[in-house]
Design a protein around this ligand. Structure first.
Ligand code: IPM
Ligand code: MG
Length: 356
């Protein structure tokens, strides 16, 4: 099969780990007889440097003409002082809006060999296998905003959270579909004891659940969910939630495995739209250029792309198996535990690629 993949490596470690993901994809292409064509695009800080804006329409065109976007990570101190309208983060939000990627899937599965690498007791993290389904193009991130000075001279700022029934329905359906292929349990997370948006959220999710009689639905307040993720993460299968709660809870869940360097994510819209795959961690400026960044999250993102956008299940699993085999022996510093062999970003990519 021939596929065109747009590649936005972005900033700092984004560039380093992307090289390893491409290496692995090339190996997959060779082994399974596919042709992958890579089109580099500028995103985030790299785009500010090139075009003066965090997302340029010429790059959007390349992305729209591709079969999927493999994204790295963006931002960092170099652009901390640019105008807030052209910050790298703005680029990623625009990208999500343009691609209509309303559904963000962030799986957290702890590789058995890595339970020791977690900062949380191994009896608690062992067996964790959950996915956060986060609404990504609505809610407080995209609500009406205002900044000003009131009559008595106080500066104020407003960000508003709005969800329509339609927005809740479509993300709920994604979560139910995902749950149907897993352990058939959804925990919908909201703040229904305080927010009207959450009251509507709960009602609509309940209505959608009627279409999926095999899936068990429960509800949890977001503060409790944050606590439960640390106390007893294996109780969760699918966590369904809005944009901001999903942002926070996915970072919380991500540390269970010991390193952000292990987590991939997929962002998708309606069928046929270009979907975007990226590591859940950031551009990690503090470790950039040292050759120690863990490329696994980026490589797993490529694996999700093969599975979801290209329907290449076997190829996708070949990557996961190769990672599993590799980390039995070789570890980047973030997941290093006694007895393992410490390797660089590049070596990790080499070993995973060899194990395919
Ligand atoms: C994420 C990030 C982004 C978000 C930022 C960079 C805008 O934290 O993807 O989780 O808040 O969505
Ligand atoms: Mg985040």
């Amino acid at each position: 099969m021939k596929k065109i993949i747009s590649v936005g490596a972005g900033d700092y470690i984004g560039q380093e780990v992307m090289l390893e993901a491409i290496k692995v994809l090339n190996k997959i292409a060779k082994k399974f007889n596919h042709e992958f064509e890579f089109e580099n695009v500028f995103v985030g800080g790299a785009s500010i440097d090139e075009f003066g804006v965090p997302l340029h329409k010429s790059q959007m065109e390349i992305i729209n003409n591709s079969d999927a976007l493999l994204f790295g990570s963006i931002g960092g101190p170099k652009w901390d002082n640019v105008d807030s309208n052209i910050r790298p983060e703005k680029g990623i939000l625009e990208l999500r809006k343009n691609l209509g990627t309303f559904a963000n899937l962030r799986p957290v599965k702890i590789f058995d060999d890595l339970v020791e690498a977690s900062t949380i007791k191994k009896d608690i993290v062992k067996g964790t296998d959950l996915v956060v389904v986060r609404e990504l193009t609505g809610g407080i991130y995209f609500g009406k905003r205002e900044t000003g000075v009131d009559q008595i001279g106080q500066r104020y700022a407003i960000d508003s959270m709005k969800y329509t029934e339609k927005e809740i329905k479509r993300i709920a359906r994604v979560a139910f579909e995902v749950a149907n292929k897993r352990r058939k349990k959804i925990c919908s997370v909201d703040k229904e004891n305080v927010l009207d948006v959450s009251k509507l959220w709960r009602k609509v999710v309940e209505e959608v659940s009627v279409e999926y009689p095999d899936v068990e639905l429960s509800h949890m307040y977001v503060d409790n969910a944050a606590m439960q993720l640390i106390l007893n993460p294996s109780q969760f299968d699918v966590i369904l939630t809005g944009n901001m709660f999903g942002d926070i809870l996915s970072d919380t869940a991500s540390v269970l495995g010991g390193s952000l360097g292990m987590l991939a994510s997929a962002s998708m819209g309606e069928k046929g739209n270009v979907a975007m795959y990226e590591p859940s961690g950031g551009s990690a400026p503090d470790i950039a250029g040292k050759g120690i960044a863990n490329p696994i999250a980026q490589i797993l993102s490529a694996s999700m792309m093969l599975d979801i956008s290209f329907d290449m299940k076997e190829e996708s699993e070949a990557i996961i198996d190769a990672i599993d085999a590799t980390i039995k022996t070789y570890r980047t510093p973030d997941i290093y535990t006694e007895g393992a062999i410490k390797v660089t970003t590049k070596q990790m990519g080499d070993f995973i690629s060899k194990n395919i």
